[in-house]
Design a protein around this ligand. Structure first.
Ligand SMILES: [Zn+2]
Length: 388
């Protein structure tokens, strides 16, 4: 199935690289739910596992295949005859055959040389083809490879009959300008699909993925919430939104439904999403009532480039250290308590101390308690509680 004619394809690897995150392990039910949910919101490709891990992993991959999803499904293998044969009857659409291309890994992991890598690619891509399998060649540690050798590898990948080459920034040490150059070179050199696989060790995975798209990559790897080894992979939600907002590219993904998928992966992985995590973090559409909120209420575009409704969220305004008296009166008004000016002033001082102590916004219960304490301290009598 070739969907790449006019579109950049997101190949989400939450179920493979995401699960490789230290300590993360999905049950079969979780794996099926994640696959089905990603498919339902329109993710066009899913990398669903590593056949060499054993019978259980292969059975779980067969179960994903049996869901009959619209998405293309990919198995990740090291480039060996054994792993290709283990994958032959899984029913996946494509094999990702991975081989190191940096001297660092060729010499110090494989204990081999560059010639071995070129020969291995030629032999195994042909073997997979003979078995009727479509192949992408994953260039592991491509970002640390000698460029001339990487280009030789790319030519070999194309000549051997693979349909795609994956450029893996395995250790996450690239920056967008370098990506633009190397992916641009590859684009000029081969006619096959090019996929970017970015890691976030320097916080640049999304930037590098977008740079690869600009340079001509046809496919990009992501994971939900950026789950993945070490600092993780390029987050699905950021890449899809970046494609849309910055390049006007439709990823085909319905981002208004990303929230529940993010929460599903958060739960299944046991890796909490940060409060400030772009797009899916709890706090990214929350504003503290204060100087900015006045402008925000006049027109949300004054302080928000992203409409929360685009990702199925809502704007939230909370009280905090930077809030003024007006906001305090409004917040208490919402609780059915009318404050006068003196009460608002006194409560504002209390609220600021509370926020300093708790490092968060006050809850409605805390607001009510502060008001009761004020009443009991006898400094009031002016405030009228509206009958609820
Ligand atoms: Zn990776």
């Amino acid at each position: 199935m070739n969907r790449t004619a006019n579109r950049v394809i997101i190949d989400d690897t939450t179920l493979r690289d995401g699960e490789q995150s230290a300590g993360v392990s999905f049950t079969l039910e979780e794996k099926l739910a994640i696959a089905a949910n990603l498919d339902a919101i329109g993710v066009p490709e899913l990398e669903i596992g590593i056949p060499a891990m054993g019978d259980e992993e292969r059975d779980s991959m067969r179960a994903v295949v049996a869901l009959g999803l619209k998405a293309s499904l990919i198995a990740w293998c090291r480039m060996t005859e054994r792993e290709i044969r283990l994958s032959a009857d899984l029913g996946v659409d494509l094999l990702e055959l991975s081989i190191p291309v940096s001297d660092q890994q060729i010499e110090r992991k494989l204990d081999r040389d560059r010639r071995f890598v070129l020969d291995t690619i030629a032999r195994h891509v042909r073997l997979a083809g003979d078995l009727g399998l479509r192949v992408s060649v994953g260039c592991e540690d491509a970002s640390r490879a000698d460029k001339e050798f990487l280009y030789q590898v790319a030519e070999q990948v194309q000549a051997s009959g693979a349909e795609r080459i994956r450029f893996a920034d395995t250790v996450g040490i690239m920056e967008p300008f370098g990506v633009l150059e190397v992916i641009g070179d590859l684009r000029a050199m081969v006619d096959i699909h090019i996929e970017m696989h970015a890691h976030d060790d320097l916080g640049l995975a999304t930037a590098n993925t977008l740079a690869a798209i600009r340079a001509g990559a046809t496919h990009v790897n992501t994971t939900v919430n950026g789950l993945g080894e070490r600092a993780g992979n390029a987050p699905l939600e950021e890449v899809a939104m970046g494609m849309q907002k910055l390049y006007g590219l439709d990823s085909g993904i319905d981002l208004t439904r990303i929230g529940p998928v993010s929460q599903l992966v958060e739960q299944a992985s046991g890796r909490p999403v940060g409060w400030q995590k772009s797009i899916v973090g709890e706090g990214v559409f929350t504003h503290e009532a204060g100087i900015h909120v006045d402008g925000l209420l006049k027109d949300p575009a004054n302080y928000q480039a992203l409409d929360p409704r685009e990702v199925g969220r809502e704007l939230r305004i909370v009280l905090g250290k930077h809030s003024g008296r007006k906001a305090v009166v409004q917040a208490y008004g919402n609780l059915g308590i009318q404050l006068d000016a003196l009460e608002a002033e006194l409560l504002l001082g209390q609220l600021r101390r509370l926020c300093e102590r708790t490092k968060r916004s006050p809850t409605p219960g805390e607001l009510s308690r502060l008001y009761l304490m004020l009443e009991q301290s006898g400094r009031t009598g002016y405030g009228q509680r509206r009958d609820a």
